[in-house]
Design a protein around this ligand. Structure first.
Ligand code: BDR
Ligand code: CA
Length: 310
């Protein structure tokens, strides 16, 4: 069983990913750490608390993370995609639980130091908390099992600019720290997340054949689905759940080990993940970049886990 911390900005697709993780026997969630991104950190923290309760795991700690990027103001417009409350503008009662007294970076450091070699970090939002944790206690770089992140785009266009993916774009300096820290990094980026699409029919069947969790998903996903349909996509891209799928079964994906840099200075390219496909920089690879995915098998696994849970 892989022991994971999910660093997250829920977020519609974050919520779908967290529910997949909670219902996958290959994974044990040690905590959720929250970050700004799809909306602000106060709201993402409330949503994370809601999700652990909905999943039937209120004992799982939720630690509140950074409110803004390391060096810039937070200007992201993810709320347009996820709704102002991060949950597709569907209203839910306040969660019962409270966040852990520690901030996210401290929670990550404490958990990794207490479990050397055991913990996989799974950031599916901007990388600020992960960078802060590595700066707070650099020894965690050698003690984390691996970092499997949703973010970046190596060989495909960006989704918030011509070249940048939202999570990296929202804090490119933090992303640069994380990519170059020296720990094993796997990038589950738009190269693969946009290869897997959940159609309206797939989402309807999920609700029809499942129970409480899939009804929740179908309700919150509508806003996010409409955003995709308006862009001409025939369903939703499966972003954050792809990182969880990689953890469940890495053989779903094909990867290449490449040197990846993060652009944070350029006028037009801020947030781009620049993969050195031909080794021109002469640098050792620092990242396993996911490039292919067996989408059919992945969609079957998602359905089986969520329906089985309900
Ligand atoms: C990423 O950005 C956020 O909007 C999603 O939750 C996902 O983590 C996709 O670019
Ligand atoms: Ca996210």
């Amino acid at each position: 069983m892989k022991r994971i911390i999910i660093d997250t900005d829920p977020g519609v697709d974050d919520s779908m990913a967290i529910l997949l993780a909670f219902n996958s026997p290959e994974l044990k969630i040690e905590g959720l750490t929250t970050i700004f991104g799809n909306t602000g950190t106060t709201i993402t923290t409330q949503n994370a608390l809601r999700l652990v309760e909905l999943a039937g795991h209120p004992e799982v700690p939720v630690a509140r993370g950074a409110e803004k990027p390391l060096l810039r103001p937070f200007t992201g417009e993810g709320w347009r995609v996820h709704g102002r409350n991060g949950l597709g503008e569907v209203e839910f009662p306040a969660p019962q639980g409270q966040p852990d007294p520690r901030r996210a970076a401290q929670f990550i450091v404490d958990t990794v130091m207490a479990n050397p070699g055991e913990i996989t970090l799974v950031p599916v939002g901007p990388l600020t908390n992960i960078a802060l944790a590595a700066m707070l206690e650099p020894r965690i770089v050698g003690l984390v099992k691996e970092v499997v992140l949703m973010g970046g785009a190596a060989g495909v266009p960006g989704n918030v600019s011509a070249v940048a993916e939202a999570n990296v774009h929202n804090d490119p300096e933090a992303a640069s720290i994380v990519f170059h820290a020296g720990w094993p990094v796997t990038m589950v980026g738009l190269d693969v997340t946009q290869q897997t699409i959940m159609s309206p029919a797939y989402l309807d069947a999920l609700k029809q054949d499942g129970g409480q969790l899939t009804s929740f998903i179908r309700a919150i996903v509508q806003h996010y689905l409409q955003f995709h349909l308006d862009q001409g996509v025939p369903g939703i891209y499966v972003n954050d759940s792809s990182a969880i799928a990689y953890l469940i079964d890495p053989t779903l994906f094909t990867t290449r080990h490449l040197f990846v840099d993060v652009e944070y200075q350029s006028r037009y390219h801020v947030g781009q993940t620049v993969a050195d496909w031909r080794g021109r920089r002469g640098q050792a690879p620092n990242c396993h970049v996911c490039l292919g995915v067996d989408s059919e098998r992945f969609l079957a696994i998602y359905r089986q886990r969520l329906i089985g849970a309900s």
